[in-house]
Design a binder for this molecule. Structure first.
Ligand SMILES: C[S@@+](CC[C@H](N)C(=O)[O-])C[C@H]1O[C@@H](n2cnc3c(N)ncnc32)[C@H](O)[C@@H]1O
Length: 297
């Protein structure tokens, strides 16, 4: 029965995979075609069997698509907040190596901080699943993450920020073209957004792995938090409550969703619409991207 459900899951993912392989938007600007992307996916799939990961290979494919879509002219790095043993990091590092970008991996490397009451249990309403969080959950050492990257990914493109996000993400000093936040807690998400969003290029995305958690996703619709903290309107969140349509398990969906900086290219291109990033860095022109679609969209 488990074999059948895994088989049907893989078969039903074929359209999503074909779109990744054949879309020229994904990697075309780097000369990366279907054959190289297939090679990347095979490595992703193998790695998810070698290194424990709390995310899914289709989600890694969506993240890779987001990296490969950013034109080479847009400068910036990829950031991962929350790596555990490095299962998602190894695959992100391979995608970064393909396009010559650096991957900044941020984690306490001692697991979750002590959660406040509102972060101790999160209900994923649509699948009826409750996650419980406590201090030290998902602890894994920096040495283990590095050795997994060395064996299965590309350690050379990686930099590390060690410590809790309220300290390490303040005043992030690099431009960002894609971020993957897999940090479980609302109180962990906030410092990551405060640090990353102002440095995110126009039209680029912050992906979050807690798409099914309504109270956490609600932050992306909290107009007063965004206005006060980041000086702009709330961006909303694609995939709220259900996740991007990447796979079928108990339902179509995933645990992954995203917020995009500037909703549409015409907004990104509008010179009269300064953003927190351009305001924070006077003289830096927003670089509009083509309007990207989720790999499974
Ligand atoms: C669910 S795990 C990440 C799983 C990984 N992305 C994967 O796909 O296998 C969450 C990670 O977030 C880290 N984390 C959560 N809150 C944190 C905080 N406030 N500061 C630093 N690290 C934090 C934990 O240490 C843990 O490694």
């Amino acid at each position: 029965m488990r074999y059948l459900s895994r088989l049907s899951r893989n078969v039903l993912s074929i359209p999503v995979i074909l779109r990744f392989l054949h879309s020229r938007e994904i990697g075309g600007a780097y000369g990366i075609g279907a054959r190289k992307k297939l090679g990347l996916l095979v490595r992703f799939w193998r790695n998810t069997r070698r290194v424990e990961t709390l995310s899914d290979v289709r989600e890694h494919m969506e993240l890779a698509a987001a990296i490969l879509r950013v034109p080479p002219s847009v400068k910036g790095d990829v950031v991962e907040c929350g790596c555990y043993v490095g299962g998602s990091s190894v695959n992100l590092s391979l995608a970064c190596a393909m396009v010559g970008r650096r991957l900044l991996i941020c984690d306490s490397f001692e697991g979750l901080p002590e959660p406040e009451e509102h972060d101790r249990e999160h209900l994923a309403v649509h699948v009826g699943h409750v996650d419980t969080y406590y201090k030290g959950r998902f602890a894994a050492s920096l040495g283990l993450v590095k050795s997994n990257l060395e064996r299965y990914g590309n350690l050379e493109v990686c930099d590390f920020r060690v410590g809790f996000f309220d300290k390490t993400m303040a005043g992030l000093d690099r431009d960002v073209v894609m971020a993957f936040l897999d940090v479980d807690l609302i109180d962990s998400l906030k410092p990551c957004l405060r640090g990353i969003w102002p440095r995110l290029a126009q039209g680029c995305r912050v992906y979050v792995h807690e798409a099914r958690n309504i109270p956490l996703v609600a932050l992306f619709f909290d107009a007063s938090w965004w206005r006060q903290t980041l000086g702009q309107d709330a961006p909303g969140f694609v995939g709220s409550g259900v996740g991007l349509p990447l796979a079928v398990a108990t339902h179509w969906g995933s645990e992954l969703g995203y917020a995009q900086k500037a909703a549409a290219p015409e907004i990104a291109a509008a010179p009269s619409a300064p953003t927190a990033a351009s305001a924070a860095r006077p003289g830096v022109e927003p670089a509009p991207l083509e309007q990207p679609q989720p790999a499974g969209g």
